[in-house]
Structures are given as structure tokens and as C-alpha cells.
Design a protein around this ligand. Structure first.
Ligand SMILES: Cc1cc2nc3c(=O)[nH]c(=O)nc-3n(C[C@H](O)[C@H](O)[C@H](O)COP(=O)(O)OP(=O)(O)OC[C@H]3O[C@@H](n4cnc5c(N)ncnc54)[C@H](O)[C@@H]3O)c2cc1C
Length: 402
């Protein structure tokens, strides 16, 4: 089993990200939340120190203990979740390419999801649609092969896409054979500047406002054959196999990407929860009511005791899942457990933080109301809490629970 003491490299990375989060990210959180704009200058700074970039992601992903990425992400989101998401958002596109592409495709496209410090680029992973979020087997976006030109033609609308429309690289999951549901889907890279891809509405959100979320419209969007991730031969073989056994709605390319990224999403929520806990602990020691610090009341002290207990429990689940993902794999939906637990903990802990700060907590002068808004997205995206429970139920029972 894992040794949960961080090695020297991991401790260094933890401190390095924490220092950046403390000096740059945390102080900028309020401003970018209010502006509701993508924080390009901050992402640029992250690129300059090497935190935003494919090399960092590659190194973090190569860590055999699996802990480097969740440790780094917790610190970043401790700084601010909206900005954290702006820095981490391209990672989902990169993971989609790494999970489904050939080694050549990974080398070609993953670096383009990030660019470099001179020219920051972004990636977007486009799965969800207006009528298909949790139910990713029912995607309507179609990809049709034009054999004469060796091109794919994509049509459809993607909804709630992080970096949608402002990204340089869009990875799109589309139905090649809709009758086969999830087994008839494939992932495609849309290169920068491709005609037929445009941004639809930009959403105004409850939280993580610094992260850009928009519709992506694909209107006769033509891409070269080589942009099919994994290649045509592999897809044809997969479709042939699926036609033999029929559609089961399983094994979507999108699902394998989400499975792999779940502990990292849990770590995002964990960072927010820890920020709220630390802030409200300090506040409770300072704030006086009835002549004594409010922490001297068990009602407040016990809240804090419960908050840290839940935070530590969530971290242990995340670290276990991250370790298992590299060392033997999940058995009982441990990736889902970690994301489910951490996101629910973050919502509860940030709400308790507002309660501890009282009237101040409810105002935008203090960060805890923002952290509460930011926490909520984690019970929704990359699989809602209900979908995580579904994955866990199926894993423990071996049954196709509906
Ligand atoms: C800020 C933000 C960023 C996002 N970024 C991306 C992105 O980059 N790429 C991307 O592809 N998508 C992205 N999404 C989309 C996100 O993944 C979906 O919103 C999410 O998967 C839920 O899908 P839905 O909204 O269609 O909800 P629905 O699937 O309609 O679900 C509605 C409710 O029904 C419940 N429900 C549905 N099915 C079941 C079931 N079988 N059993 C029990 N309960 C069920 C859900 O849990 C939920 O509570 C983003 C969303 C947001 C808000």
C-alpha cells in the first residue's frame, strides 16, 4: 500500500505552488471573480514559472505514486478556484488526447494545449451537450467521414465547455455511429483556426467566474483524417466489435478521461475547503462575542473540529485514489469516492465558514462566500455526485444499477 509521506520532490512542488498561490493567486481572486473574465495575466505568470505548461503536467503525471498532481492542485485551489480552473482547464483536453491518442498525436497536440510563456495557449475538452450531460452515451454531435478527401465533418453544439471558443485546441467527442451509443463515439482534435467552430453563448455563473465557460458550435467543421484520436484503423476495429455485441452504452472515450481525472478534481475541492477552514479558524480565535472569542463556544469549536476531520478524510480518499490509479487500478470506484466525498465536503465546509464569519461571511468583503460559490461546481462537473454514487454502486455490486 502507499506510503503517504511526501518525498522531497513532492514537498518542494507543494511549497512552490503554495508560494505562488499565496503571493499571486489568492490576492487576485476577488478581482477576477468580480470581472468574470479569463485571467490571462495570471495564467501568463503561471506559464513563466512553469506551473502552466505541458512539461509540468507531464512530470506530475509521470510520478509513480500519483500524489504530485493532487498535492499541487490542492495548493493552487487553496489560492483561488476560479483562477485555479483557468490554469488547470487545459489539462482536461490534454488528458483527453493522452488517453485516446497515439504517441505521435500526444506529442503533436498536447504541447499546443498550453503553448509557452511567450504565447500562452489553451485547450478545451468538449463532451457535454444541451441534452446530454450526465448521459454521455446520448451525444448528438455527429462526425461523418468524407473518404474522398480523408476528412471528418463535425456538426453539433457543445454546452458548458471550459475554455470553449477561446481555446486553441478543442478536443471534441462525437458520435460516429449513434446507434452504438457510447461505443460508437470517438474523440477528435480541432486544430487552431479551423473554420466551422465558433463560440456560442458565454455563461454567467454562480462561481469559478474567472474560468471561461461557453457553448461551442460546430457547423460543418472539417478536419483532416489524422485528427481522429487513436486513428481510423483502431476506430473501425472498435466499431466492428461493437456491432457484433451491440450497444451497451459503456466505454465512452469521455468516461475514461473523467475516471482518470477524478482524484484531481477532488483535490480542487479540497483546496477550497482547506482555505475556508483555515480562514474561519483564525477568525474564530479573533472575533469576540459576549466578551470572549467565539471559538470558546463548543458550537463553533466543534464545527471547526468537524471541518478538519472531513477535510482530512477527503484528502486520504484522494491520495488513495491517486495512488491506486497508478498502482493496480480502482476496484470499488475509489476515484469516484474521492471526488464525491471531497466535493460534498467542500460545499459543507464553506457553508460552515460563512456561518462562523456571521454577517461578514455573507458579504463580498470576505472571501468565504466566494469559496462557497466556487465549491458548488465540484458536485456537478466531471460527473455529478449522483453519478459518482452510481459508479460506486455498480463497482461494489457488479450490477448495472440504474
Ligand atoms: C462551470 C462548468 C464547467 C464545465 N466544463 C465542462 C467541460 O469542460 N467539458 C464538458 O464536456 N462538460 C463540462 N461541463 C458540463 C458538466 O460536466 C455537466 O453539466 C454535468 O456532467 C451534468 O450534466 P447536466 O448538466 O446535463 O445535468 P443532467 O445530466 O441533466 O443532470 C441533472 C440532475 O439529474 C441527476 N441525474 C442525471 N442522471 C441521473 C441518474 N442516472 N441517476 C441519478 N441522478 C441522475 C444529476 O445528478 C443532476 O442532479 C461543465 C459544467 C459547468 C457548469
Amino acid at each position: 500500500m502507499a506510503d503517504f509521506s511526501l518525498n522531497e520532490d513532492q514537498q518542494q512542488i507543494q511549497k512552490w505552488v503554495h508560494d505562488f498561490a499565496e503571493a499571486v493567486v489568492r490576492p487576485a481572486g476577488h478581482e477576477w471573480d468580480e470581472a468574470e473574465e479569463f485571467p490571462f495575466p495570471i495564467v501568463q505568470q503561471a506559464a513563466e514559472i512553469g506551473l502552466y505548461g505541458w512539461e509540468f503536467m507531464f512530470n506530475a503525471m509521470s510520478d509513480t505514486t500519483g500524489l504530485t498532481l493532487p498535492v499541487a492542485v490542492e495548493e493552487l485551489f487553496w489560492g483561488d478556484a476560479g483562477i485555479g480552473m483557468a490554469i488547470m482547464g487545459s489539462g482536461l483536453a490534454a488528458a483527453g488526447i493522452a488517453g485516446n491518442g497515439t504517441p505521435e498525436q500526444v506529442m503533436e497536440w498536447v504541447p499546443q494545449c498550453y503553448g509557452d510563456a511567450q504565447k500562452v495557449q489553451l485547450g478545451a475538452f468538449c463532451v457535454s451537450e444541451p441534452d446530454a450531460g450526465s448521459d454521455v452515451s446520448s451525444l448528438r454531435t455527429r462526425a461523418v467521414y468524407d473518404e474522398a478527401n480523408d476528412e471528418w465533418v463535425l456538426n453539433g453544439t457543445k454546452a458548458w465547455i471550459t475554455n470553449g471558443g477561446i481555446a486553441d485546441i478543442h478536443v471534441v467527442v462525437a458520435a460516429v455511429d449513434p446507434e452504438l451509443k457510447g461505443r460508437g463515439q470517438a474523440s477528435f482534435v480541432i486544430p487552431p483556426g479551423t473554420k466551422g467552430l465558433s463560440q456560442g453563448q458565454k455563461y454567467k455563473k454562480h462561481g469559478i467566474k474567472a474560468s471561461h465557460t461557453a457553448e461551442v458550435v460546430l457547423d460543418d467543421c472539417r478536419i483532416p483524417g489524422r485528427c481522429l484520436l487513436g486513428g481510423k484503423e483502431k476506430l473501425d476495429a472498435k466499431l466492428a466489435r461493437a456491432r457484433e455485441v451491440g450497444s451497451t452504452g459503456q466505454k465512452q472515450p469521455a468516461m475514461s478521461t473523467f475516471e482518470a481525472t477524478r482524484p484531481t478534481v477532488g483535490a480542487q475541492a479540497l483546496g477550497i475547503a482547506r482555505a475556508a477552514y483555515e480562514y474561519s479558524l483564525e477568525y474564530a480565535k479573533e472575533r469576540k462575542a459576549f466578551g470572549r472569542p467565539i471559538i470558546m463556544n463548543q458550537a463553533i469549536a466543534f464545527k471547526l473540529a468537524n471541518m478538519i476531520t472531513e477535510i482530512d478524510a477527503a484528502r486520504l480518499l484522494i491520495w488513495r485514489a491517486a495512488w491506486l490509479a497508478r498502482n493496480g487500478g480502482y476496484k470499488n470506484g475509489e476515484g469516484s469516492m474521492s471526488k464525491y466525498k471531497a466535493s460534498e465536503v467542500a460545499v459543507r465546509v464553506t457553508e460552515e465558514a460563512i456561518q462562523i464569519l456571521g454577517g461578514y461571511g455573507y458579504t463580498r468583503e470576505y472571501p468565504v462566500e466566494r469559496w462557497h460559490r466556487d465549491a458548488k461546481i465540484h458536485t456537478i462537473f466531471e460527473g455529478t455526485s449522483e453519478i459518482q454514487q452510481l459508479v460506486i454502486s455498480r463497482a461494489i455490486s457488479g450490477l448495472r444499477i440504474e
